[in-house]
Design a protein around this ligand. Structure first.
Ligand code: MSP
Length: 519
């Protein structure tokens, strides 16, 4: 059995979960579910990043301790993820004792190996990014990402010898084209490495006189660890480093999911840190674009956040989840609007999928006594439907390997179209009114129930609740328990005649377009 280790970024606890955090977690959840259904031993990690100046700053503004803010907001993330049904295996907090211990152990190890030195540093620091900026990060005197002015800082600190590994890293990235993907981010990482003036060594400490909220350096009690050095190590703690029984297999299959804002720490700092620790680099860094609202990145500082719980309340989470997965092209930015969401849900879910489910099950109730009928002799039309299933499954497998979720969904919905067209051609509602057509109607309904079973299985990673409902209505509750489920999707003919089916209410009622404020 292969291992599969999937991570999201750990989110800062200075903000409530919004569409951006939700997207990365939906994406990772979908990939994790997909791997579980193919039989891989999957471990899915998410959590919160709690140390550092950003959090200390918000706590000070609100007059509470950083620990209190962390507890509150970490709970907000976890309970939101639970309400949305994400299938994470561990929710890690950087204040968890095993993580603090792992970070200190690694700091000591890297220090003992001579890879950390002490010096005075003078630079421009952005608290939003929690790092010293380079010229590339600044536009009109402001941090490009946070639109705030960085501060000039002179400080004595500990540095991690990063620059001596740039050549090795560039070689590793070149030699492994899917190490950082899609390609545009691989190229961006290589450009960062070429432009060495902007990188240098990594400052990994903060003096306690300025910041106390962090993990103390094991070799100097006057300093805490820089938040990114601490945060990246969560991926090791979460996998059970150093001696957890599954650590090695997990690490060998590690895939990180992040947005492009944190490319540099993941593409540059992290592989070099791993090399200093004596570990192999992760397997893949999967980098997606931003969700924008009115062409600006969603963020707390810009005040344009979309709450996943509000979306769940308004549209149901599966509809929101579907929109996020279907409308973002992996690697590119996407614009969020409720109009686009409603249009997508109405066309794909209410019309195509919803219609196929309701007419198949309504006709099975009406013409076959609410049981899957026995399949009679088949013809070329049925053969076409049966042949379309492995084609769709093959495309799904291929696109999922590359994280091209929108294309995987496109392939499943092409299959939905094939079955809808088949029903139009066979028109069992007309055939049923004629004499001697019982077998034809039964075969048509068998074929559509069977295709629907396959579609529901294929959809399980993307729309887990909808998939479970369709299977339940086909009398196949529990079909998703167990391994190698996706192989069942391609095994045409598994539906058994006589299995009781239920009609049920519309899966996705048509949504009204959102009221316009200027209307
Ligand atoms: N704490 C660090 C990550 C440490 S990982 C070792 C951090 N946290 S964050 O709360 O700012 O989350 C950033 C991540 O949230 C992005 O990389 C992305 O996964 C997600 N998103 C936040 N805003 C986003 C958009 N507007 N669009 C898409 N995803 C974005 O950085």
């Amino acid at each position: 059995m292969s291992s599969c280790y999937i991570t999201t970024p750990i989110y800062y606890v200075n903000a409530e979960p919004h569409i951006g955090h939700t997207y990365t977690t939906v994406l990772a959840d979908t990939i994790a579910r997909y791997h579980r259904l193919t039989g891989d031993e999957t471990f899915f990690l998410t959590g919160t990043d709690e140390h550092g100046e950003k959090i200390a700053e918000v706590a000070a503004q609100r007059g509470v301790s950083p620990q209190e803010i962390s507890d509150q907001n970490s709970d907000a993330f976890r309970s939101t993820w639970d309400r949305l049904g994400f299938s994470y295996d561990r929710f890690i907090r950087t204040t968890d004792p095993d993580h603090v211990e792992t970070v200190q152990r690694i700091l000591q190890q890297v220090h003992d190996a001579g890879d950390i030195y002490f010096k005075e540093y003078d630079g421009l620091y952005c608290v939003g990014c929690e790092r010293f900026l380079t010229e590339r990060d600044i536009e009109d005197g402001l941090c490009k990402d946070h639109e705030r002015a960085p501060e000039q800082r002179v400080e004595s600190n500990y540095f991690f010898k990063m620059s001596e590994h740039f050549e090795w890293l560039a070689g590793h990235i070149e030699a492994n084209p899917d190490f950082i993907r899609p390609e545009r981010y691989k190229n961006e990482a290589l450009a960062m490495l070429r432009d060495e003036s902007g990188l240098g060594d990594l400052c990994i400490s903060r003096p306690k006189e300025r910041l106390e909220w962090g993990i103390e350096l094991p070799f100097d009690a006057n300093y805490v660890c820089y938040v990114w050095f601490d945060a990246l190590i969560n991926y090791l703690t979460g996998a059970g480093y150093p001696d957890g029984p599954k650590f090695s297999e997990r690490w060998a299959s590690a895939q990180h999911f992040v947005a492009k804002d944190i490319l540099k720490p993941h593409a540059i700092f992290w592989p070099i840190m791993l090399r200093a620790i004596g570990l192999e680099p992760y397997r893949h860094l999967n980098v997606h674009g931003y969700w924008n609202v009115d062409a600006r990145k969603v963020s707390k500082s810009l005040g344009n956040m979309i709450s996943p719980l509000a979306m769940q309340e308004q549209y149901g989470f599966e509809a929101f989840r579907f929109f996020l997965l279907r409308d973002m092209v992996f690697g590119l930015d996407s614009n969020f609007s409720e109009e686009a969401l409603v249009a997508r849900v109405n066309s794909d879910l209410a019309n195509n999928l919803g219609n196929l489910v309701s007419r198949t099950l309504n006709m099975t109730a009406r013409y076959a006594g609410a049981c899957v009928p026995a399949c009679g002799p088949t013809d070329v039309l049925e053969d076409e439907v049966a042949a379309a299933v492995p084609v769709a499954a093959g495309k799904v497998a291929q696109h999922m390997q590359r994280c091209e979720i929108h294309r995987a969904l496109e392939a499943i919905f092409e299959l939905v179209d094939v079955v809808n067209r088949y029903l139009e051609q066979r028109a069992p509602w007309k055939a049923a009114k004629q004499e001697g057509t019982e077998q034809l109607v039964a075969t048509t309904l068998y074929t559509s129930c069977e295709a629907l079973r396959c579609i529901a299985l294929l959809l399980a990673p993307f729309l887990p609740a909808t998939s479970a409902t369709i299977l339940e209505r086909l009398g196949l509750a529990g079909a998703l328990d167990g391994a190698h489920i996706l192989d069942d999707a391609c095994a045409w003919g598994r539906s058994k005649a006589g299995t009781p089916t239920t009609k049920g209410a519309a899966l996705f009622p048509r949504l009204d377009p959102p009221a316009r404020e200027d209307a």
